[in-house]
Ligand binder design. Structure first.
Ligand code: GLU
Length: 295
């Protein structure tokens, strides 16, 4: 029997949806429908400082307006914090995470920090703290939890095929990029739980895609780099690896990617202008922007 295809659209409610989101939602929706599968909606509201209830309502309203129906209950990450805490605890028990007390300014000022795709790569300052010092500081100082990347890769790939501890054993299949060897090491000791939020995007998304049985992650190529980390976390937490479809991004008429911060028009604004959602949906389905990313 063929597997049941499950995709998801997983927006963060930190603003209204714009055309770039709609494009991604249509891709994930249509993929599931083409295979008679399920299309899920997950609200990624772990960042309580930036998430707004009004935007959650707006997301559902916009998807309905577009005619994209999701299956089942809407999952809210803010209601799943204990599940993420358990995943973090598992990694902690295995000695793969450590508390970090550095401020953003300290990390940015570190001359040793090369810049990765997502800002400066953490130089590892707190990795070497002695256990007693660590325990003392945890009690008094704000801290986040970081993955010890080198240790994590060793744990995930105990018998690397092509070299010592470089993650050669991990890969995923990407519909556009083909077989991709996971190279999480270039992102350094990433944050898994933040000072202001009990879990980071990387951990929550990996845990949830598995918990919801997502078979095909359809999302923008701007998240391609993140998949290297997600693949590693899947290996560490014994979670299945879905197939990935990193679609290229819808670009504005200026050739730049549509993003909230550049003031791209929201779906709500288009609706207020009297745009016909049926035509808009057809337009999104017909557009095939150029492949912009990947390795
Ligand atoms: N919540 C993420 C965002 O809004 C997307 C997560 C994902 O598709 O993996 O960009």
């Amino acid at each position: 029997m063929d597997k049941l295809v499950i995709t998801r659209f997983a927006p963060s409610p930190t603003g209204r949806l714009h055309l770039g989101h709609a494009y991604s939602a249509v891709k994930a929706h249509d993929f599931a429908r083409a295979y008679g599968g399920r299309f899920l909606l997950r609200i990624e509201d772990i960042d309580q400082g930036r998430s707004r209830e009004a935007f959650v309502v707006g997301i559902e309203e916009d998807l309905r307006w577009l005619g994209l129906a999701w299956d089942g209950e809407v999952v809210r990450q803010s209601q799943r914090l204990e599940i993420y805490a358990a995943a973090l605890e598992r990694l902690r028990m295995e000695g793969l995470v450590y508390p970090c007390f550095c401020t953003r300014a300290e990390i940015a000022a570190s001359a040793a920090a090369p810049h990765g795709d997502e800002g400066p790569v953490y130089p590892g300052t707190c990795r070497a703290l002695a256990p007693a010092k660590r325990a003392e500081r945890i009690a008094h100082e704000p801290h986040c939890w970081r993955l010890d990347m080198a240790a994590a890769i060793r744990a995930a790939t105990p018998f690397p095929l092509g070299g010592e501890g470089r993650g050669e054993g991990l890969w995923w299949h990407d519909a556009e990029a083909g077989i991709v060897r996971a190279a999480p090491e270039r992102q350094g000791d990433i944050v898994l739980a933040r000072k202001d939020a009990p879990v980071s995007y990387h951990l929550a998304v990996t845990v949830d895609d598995a918990a919801q049985g997502v078979t095909d992650v359809v999302r923008g190529v701007d998240l391609f780099e993140a998949t290297h980390v997600h693949r590693l976390l899947q290996a560490l937490l014994n979670l299945p690896t879905p197939a990935y479809h990193h679609h290229s991004l819808l670009l504005g008429s200026d050739g730049k990617r549509l993003a909230k911060r550049t003031g791209a028009k929201s779906l709500a604004a288009l609706r207020d202008e009297g745009v016909d959602p049926v035509e808009l949906l057809a337009g999104l389905r017909a557009s095939s922007p150029p492949w912009k990313g990947g390795d």
